[in-house]
Design a protein around this ligand. Structure first.
Ligand code: ADP
Ligand code: SF4
Length: 653
């Protein structure tokens, strides 16, 4: 939906960002990265959708930038079926190890590519962009491929010395200045260090390159390493993690320098500027979590910033070729589809009162957003603290930043006169009926199952009593086994890996068994799978991939090879079962049985939301909470789609 992407960026501009860039935009059909979804600027026909984005950005006074990418050795060209072109002939480098190769560009190809860039610059200008970013970072982009000795092994004037490897870039920037330089700024995005060993484009070489080309681009845009290095999750990368690699670069050039580093704290941002490290603060994830971050700083409302938690759920949109979503900002990518704004709610409906039961991410967001919409909201929580699963999970190794999901909402609720929060208040169906709010959200969460039911086992696993079986909830509550512990992970997100880490920290000897070929398989989508596996190796965790759990006997477990089904026995002292979760929906079911009593208590609707409806990642829970609030007193859509979509126009026959 190009209009959805345009509206999302317009909202960022409205939130005070000075410059808003597009994502990677493929600038010629001879290089594309299907199945990953990118923008395209291949012909004039592509201009209107990009113009819509530029218009939305500029309508709010920001400058609009377009990031032009020629993927070269990263582009398998599965859609166009063109033979990929690269500085040197090499296998295609993608996340999926596609089994084809690029051919080395001839001088003629290089001249063609320069011309294709000029065409793209002119089209970008027509679309209304103010800046053009040449993408050569993260191992992606032909500029980096020319700069690095790892991917440029040419022996002509485009290879060898740094001066030669920079030649193509110099030529393209000169072409850009000739073509559009009077109206557009030319920015260059490079990695601070390629991090691929001795042949890679190192931080030292980058400094030489910048010194050699001082005022070549109008702005130096510094990213880092691979995408995993640059956009690591908070579990493995701190805010401003690239600081040391950036320090001093600014003195090498007269042009301004922008850098990134999941900046969410205004103090850290200010320090980057006052210490002379950066001229401009670049943010992707922080601008997703809070598109209004700059305005909030400007207005002195720092405590209202919805800080990114560094979970990388947004990145899973790219990796799963789907619509991006955000744990902290449930309105992300719904600005156009559903008309959701990150700061304002739709007008309040006719009802007055809302009761939310359970203060995990779903309940907290349902309460916050309903109160913001103007309802009188009561939030009841059984525990003595708010946060639900987030309060537990943020105490796991490396997940401290996840507590921000609770902190932001707890603070916002504390500021609203029409929101009342009660902790230590476990409600029964009778309590809910007696309370008599017009609308009720049941956000009572879920519990990890002990019986092993998940993907390998759709019915409970055979167990002979003897070896104690622990659930993630018990470990998070501080009941941590010792001795030889097997973590069985048939969940495949972060929980299995992070609990293995917790157990080692608590002196257990840990074996992690998973039927998958990867530790924490789904975290490949959050760019942290390699870091998790590496961490577990470093901690001495024994990792058994492609292995299931067949049976828990009195003094051993029986495991099976996922391919041959060959069995083996393992003596263990405890099993940690990271299987699936069961919704805590007893309260909801009890209320549904008493539907005939609702009217006399003034209840119009009861909805179950979040993990109590269907367990999932935290982002799914905040989304469910927000949706509950948006749809209060809303029309019954019947069989209609609950969102807008854009359909490609048919080509004339
Ligand atoms: P979600 O991710 O869907 O928000 P969580 O498990 O994080 O779910 O949160 C559910 C919260 O609901 C927990 O904090 C739990 O203590 C609370 N809760 C469960 N049952 C009740 C109840 N009957 N009354 C009040 N709070 C409840
Ligand atoms: Fe930050 Fe997570 Fe939102 Fe991405 S999904 S912007 S990492 S909070």
């Amino acid at each position: 939906d190009p209009s959805a992407a345009a509206a999302m960026r317009g909202v960022k501009a409205a939130g005070g960002w000075a410059v808003v860039f597009t994502e990677q935009c493929e600038m010629h059909h001879s290089s594309e990265i299907t199945p990953f979804i990118e923008l395209r600027l291949w012909e004039d026909k592509d201009i209107p959708q990009l113009a819509r984005m530029a218009d939305e950005i500029k309508a709010h006074g920001a400058l609009a930038g377009i990031q032009l990418a020629y993927s070269g050795i990263n582009g398998p060209n599965l859609y166009t079926r063109e033979v990929p072109l690269a500085p040197s002939a090499m296998p295609i480098r993608t996340f999926t190890n596609d089994p084809m190769q690029a051919r080395a560009m001839t001088k003629r190809d290089i001249a063609d590519l320069r011309r294709w860039f000029v065409n793209a610059f002119k089209r970008s200008q027509k679309a209304g962009f103010d800046l053009v970013c040449l993408y050569g970072a993260h191992g992606f982009g032909v500029f980096q491929h020319f700069l690095s000795r790892a991917t440029n092994q040419r022996t002509d004037e485009y290879g060898g010395s740094l001066e030669n490897r920079s030649r193509f870039l110099r030529e393209v920037i000169a072409d850009a200045k000739d073509a559009v330089g009077d109206t557009m700024a030319i920015t260059l995005r490079v990695s601070l260090d390629e991090v691929v060993g001795d042949l890679g484009f190192s931080n030292d070489e980058l400094r030489d390159f910048i010194q050699m080309h001082d005022d070549l681009p109008d702005l130096w845009d510094l990213a880092h390493g691979t995408w995993e290095d640059c956009s690591g999750p908070s579990r493995f990368k701190e805010e401003a993690a690239q600081q040391e690699l950036v320090r001093g670069i600014r003195t090498l050039t007269s042009k301004p320098v922008v850098g990134v580093g999941r900046f969410t704290s205004p103090d850290v941002m200010a320090k980057q500027i006052t210490s002379g490290t950066l001229d401009l603060i670049g943010c992707a994830r922080p601008s997703i979590a809070d598109p209004f971050l700059p305005n909030k700083i400007g207005e002195g409302r720092v405590e209202d910033i919805r800080e990114c938690i560094g979970c990388n759920i947004c990145i899973t949109g790219d990796m799963t070729m789907s619509l991006s979503r955000c744990t902290q900002n449930p309105t992300f990518m719904e600005e156009w589809r559903k008309g959701w704004h990150p700061e304002t709610m739709n007008e309040k409906g006719e009802s007055k009162t809302v009761l939310v039961v359970g203060a995990g991410p779903a309940g907290l967001e349902a309460a916050r957003a309903s109160a913001l919409r103007g309802y009188d909201v009561t939030l009841a929580e059984a525990n003595t603290e708010l946060g639900g699963r987030v309060a537990r999970e943020c105490k796991l190794p490396g997940l401290g930043a996840w507590g921000r999901v609770r902190d932001y909402r707890e603070y916002q609720l504390s500021q609203m006169a029409n929101a009342a929060v009660y902790v230590d208040n476990e409600l029964t169906a009778n309590d809910v009926l007696e309370f008599g709010s017009e609308h009720v959200a049941i956000a009572t969460g879920a519990k990890w199952r002990r019986d092993g039911v998940s993907r390998q086992h759709v019915v409970p696993l055979p167990v002979t009593s003897g070896i104690p079986i622990y659930t993630p909830d018990e470990l998070m509550a501080g009941d941590i086994p010792s001795g030889r512990v097997v973590v069985y992970d048939d969940d495949h997100y972060y929980m299995g890996g992070v609990l293995a880490e917790l157990l080692v920290v608590n002196n257990a000897t840990v074996t992690l068994i998973t039927p998958s070929a990867y530790v924490s398989d789904w975290t490949r989508n959050t760019l942290e799978q390699e870091a998790i596996h590496r961490r577990l190796i470093d901690l001495g965790v024994d990792i058994e991939l492609n292995r299931g759990l067949q049976k828990i006997a009195a003094d051993h477990v029986v495991t099976n090879c996922a391919y041959s089904n060959r069995l083996s026995n393992m003596e263990v002292d405890a099993v940690v079962m990271v299987a699936s979760q069961a919704p805590n929906d007893a309260l909801y079911q009890a209320l549904m049985l008493r539907q005939s009593d609702w009217r006399e208590h003034g209840i119009k609707s009861v909805r179950v939301i979040g993990d109590a409806e269907a367990p999932g990642p935290i982002a799914w829970a905040t989304y469910a909470g927000h949706r509950f609030a948006r749809e209060l007193d809303g029309p019954d859509l019947g069989d209609k789609l609950p969102f807008k979509r854009e359909i490609t126009a048919l080509h004339p026959v």
